[in-house]
Design a protein. Structure first.
Length: 729
């Protein structure tokens, strides 16, 4: 396949563009700020002003080979955007909380002093755990690592969690249960197009990981098959050999049904199952019930399609099962992940090139950011805070005693519950915008408003920052350096292209300076550069199963990234997992899981007869705080809408572009209708990138998965009401 042999193409490209660059520009090799694809890009910098002026794709990056999406090509516009917060902001009048109003500029000293004063007062009065940290994984590994240390050592609180709880936590839980380790992909992306069958469930790949698409299409071009499970006819579903158009929230039945057919029709790899797995017999018994007929009844998919999908996957010499938030953001997300993973384990299509299981990791550092201590129960290197040996290992690096290490906290959504109950009274929020992205917004906004004191670090004034008492100006990804781990598990290097704008600072530096003022300087003051943090971080991960110790910046540069685990200087890293058929459970075997079907937490009924599901569009990123400010992206998608099937629209007597009221048991919002045949008749879809009264999370259900504590963003019961309003022009 020509895209993969990139060398000739790359050499030719560089020759062609040699004279295209302006004499006063330099290129800084880096990766995109947004999704887990982490497309390779060069930021173009004007050497006269030392400012970023543009971008070009990197043809020499083996994963994305010169490809970028509309967000990537405009990402550079974030850095010098007029909306940047350039100095710390303080709000004196707490009655204005929840609005953009009432902030004044302040010096860093004044902002830090106020934070230290208020945090200390709160902890003296209500105990250490009255403070909380809520973070995100658009940050480098180094920043994610230090945020965990900041919470536990500088603030001494147990309450830290992060936005990956809403993103990768079910994938993590499923992989841990099935494999004993959580690396999002068992194989490198550069293998994927060479497989014989791609089974993609709950991923709108063409809009959310667009630069994977040349590999997806290539599978079909080479004569392989594409099977897609999605309630909507997304661009990949449209071109799939089979589109399994299931009802939202019914994946567990579908995966069980297909597994049953694989077993009944002789596609079991007996040798693999016997020597390398546990749980087969029990699972075989359980899935017997999931005949095509019963599976079809639950999922709403035609029986023939289920049968054909199982046949294609079963027959394919190599196959990759891939999934994303469509299956994971359910209150049985972990079960869904294990159920789809079962397909690979039972057929032995794993632990070798061109076969395996992968989740489409969402955020830029959605993989690395979940491994090194931002999660309420995790410490660096994927160590458990509940394991005394793990705690001791980390304490040695941090220079604290095990008694000083706080206990495990609670998950992201549960932190809001504790805020509302006043158990948590202070919040340090960074790199997340939960006033848009958390479920059940009416409750979450009330919880944020009830805080005694809130700090928000961001480079733009987000909807969440409107609840803050102090806003700290952070930098964009292009103004600092460090590593991130892409969706393959490949550790890559982000490089600095410009000095921080105004008085903004990288998050790690704010945390070091705050720690010093909180009297914890001896644990933080030695960290003077991003590289210092990186060195400590590598050491802290050493010996954990997410071991990054051998991933030096030099090696990352030389090898086009390093796949973890990478244990020492001589270890090249691990592109393919489980090649030795050794899994990470104590007995070395993987677990085939017997998983009874459960319906979504909220099923449609007479009052709320529709199923609401939510997700993304190609032009916006997550809460939209970044992409809604980029003119081109805003022009392409200025507002949210609700997708409705023509027959459903007819039933409600509503027209294309008419504004309707959409409501659930938790809230309501008004949306323009987009009539489309690309959705099931019983389902409606709304993208979630918009805030305030446009946020679909006013309506979503916070029913949590019992293992991952992931909310059920993907399925709840809803109703539409026609308004007397005229069609909007
Ligand atoms: N353009 C863009 N790209 C992004 C992002 C973005 O915000 N915008 N965000 C990044 C991040 S953080 C993430 S997590 C990923 C998310 O990437 P995806 O998971 O691909 O994106 P979503 O749109 O949330 O959901 C994917 C699909 O799940 C389907 N779905 C809904 N309910 C169900 C169900 O019950 N079962 C199944 N099988 N499918 C269902 C939806 O119809 C949708 O097409 O994208 C990353 N890339
Ligand atoms: N209904 C519904 N809700 C969802 C989802 C869904 O599919 N449906 N998906 C969920 C998923 S998968 C995710 S990942 C979450 C994401 O939701 P959020 O966590 O809200 O994601 P972002 O919009 O990226 O928020 C990041 C914020 O931090 C800022 N920021 C970016 N980089 C940095 C940095 O380095 N430092 C600091 N201090 N700030 C920075 C940005 O400007 C932005 O305001 O949303 C979840 N919510
Ligand atoms: S696919 Fe993801 S990483 Fe690549 S350019 Fe688009 S947003 Fe950036
Ligand atoms: Mo995500």
């Amino acid at each position: 396949m020509q895209e993969v042999n990139v060398k000739p193409k790359r050499d030719q490209f560089f020759k062609e563009i040699e004279n295209v660059h302006h004499p006063n520009e330099k290129l800084v090799k880096t990766h995109c700020s947004y999704c887990g694809m982490q497309c390779g890009m060069n930021l173009r910098v004007d050497t006269r002003t030392n400012k970023i002026i543009g971008v070009e794709p990197r043809y020499d990056w083996p994963v994305t080979v010169g490809k970028m999406c509309p967000k990537g090509v405009t990402a550079y516009q974030q850095t010098n955007h007029p909306d940047r917060i350039l100095r710390p902001l303080i709000r004196d009048d707490a009655s204005l909380k929840g609005t953009k109003e009432g902030f004044r500029e302040a010096s860093w000293d004044e902002a830090y002093d106020l934070i230290v004063k208020r945090f200390t007062e709160l902890q003296e009065k209500y105990g250490k755990d009255t403070l909380s940290v809520f973070s995100g994984v658009s940050m480098t590994n180094e920043k994610c690592y230090l945020t965990g240390k900041f919470a536990r050592v500088a603030l001494g609180t147990r309450y830290i969690d992060y936005n990956g709880r809403f993103c990768m936590s079910s994938a993590a839980g499923g992989f841990l249960r099935s494999f004993g380790i959580d690396r999002g992909s068992t194989l490198p992306w550069t293998d994927i197009h060479e497989t014989d069958c791609l089974f993609i469930a709950g991923s709108n790949t063409a809009e959310c990981h667009p630069t994977s698409m040349f590999r997806v299409w290539n599978v079909q071009e080479r004569g392989g098959y594409l099977i897609v499970a999605d309630p909507r006819e997304t661009p990949i579903a449209r071109r799939a050999d089979i589109h399994l158009d299931l009802r939202p929230g019914t994946d567990l039945a579908l995966a069980n049904g297909i597994l049953n057919l694989l077993i009944q029709n002789g596609y079991v790899d007996e040798e693999f199952v016997k020597n390398h797995t546990n749980g087969f017999e029990e699972t075989k018994e359980l899935v017997k019930e999931f005949t095509p007929e019963y599976t079809s009844e639950i999922t709403g998919i035609a029986q023939e399609k289920i049968i054909r999908a199982a046949e294609i996957y079963g027959k394919a010499p190599n196959a990759v099962v891939m999934f994303a938030r469509g299956v994971e953001q359910q209150h049985k997300g972990v079960d869904n992940v294990s159920a789809y993973t079962n397909l690979a384990l039972v057929t032995g299509k794993i632990g070798r090139p061109k076969s395996g299981v992968a989740t489409f990791t969402g955020q830029g550092n959605g993989q690395g950011g979940r491994e090194h201590g931002q999660k309420s129960d995790l410490l660096p290197g994927y160590r458990k805070i509940t394991n005394p040996k793990h705690v001791e290992e980390v304490c040695k690096v941090w220079g604290i005693t095990p008694e000083e290490m706080p206990q495990a906290g609670v998950s992201a959504y549960e932190m809001f519950e504790l805020m509302e109950q006043k158990t948590i009274r202070g919040l340090y929020l960074l790199c997340s915008n939960p006033a848009v992205s958390a479920p059940n917004q009416n409750f979450v906004r009330k919880a944020l408003k009830s805080l005694d004191f809130m700090v928000c670090a961001d480079f733009y004034l987000s909807e969440s920052a409107e609840f803050a008492d102090v806003i700290l100006p952070s930098v964009t990804w292009s103004e600092d350096e460090g590593t991130v781990t892409n969706l393959e598990g490949r550790i890559i290097k982000i490089n600095k292209a410009q000095e921080p704008l105004g008085e903004s600072k990288p998050d790690w530096l704010m945390q070091v300076e705050l720690a010093e003022r909180l009297g914890k300087g001896k644990y933080f003051s030695h960290l003077k550069t991003a590289k210092d943090v990186a060195e400590e971080f590598r050491l802290a991960s050493k010996g954990g199963y997410a071991d990054y110790y051998g991933a030096t910046w030099d090696k990352i540069e030389k090898q086009d990234g390093v796949f973890w685990p990478c244990r020492d200087e001589n270890d090249p890293g691990t592109p393919h997992m489980f090649l030795d058929k050794k899994f990470y459970h104590p007995d070395g075997k993987a677990k085939i899981c017997a998983l009874p079907y459960r319906p979504p937490a909220e099923e449609p009924d007479a009052e709320y007869p529709l199923r609401l599901t939510t997700g993304r569009v190609v032009f916006h990123y997550l809460s939209g705080n970044q992409t809604r400010r980029i003119q081109f992206l805003r022009d392409m998608c200025p507002e949210p809408y609700v997708e409705v099937h023509p027959e459903t629209a007819a039933k409600y007597n509503i027209e294309h572009e008419e504004v309707v009221r959409l409501y659930t048991r938790r809230g309501e919002a008004k949306y323009k209708v987009k009539i489309t045949e690309a959705i099931r008749k019983d389902t409606v879809f709304v993208p979630y990138h918009f805030g305030h009264e446009e946020s679909i999370n006013l309506l979503t259900n916070a029913a949590l998965d019992p293992i991952s504590r992931m909310p059920e963003f993907k399925a709840c019961a809803a109703q539409i009401e026609k308004l007397s309003m005229k069609k909007v022009q």
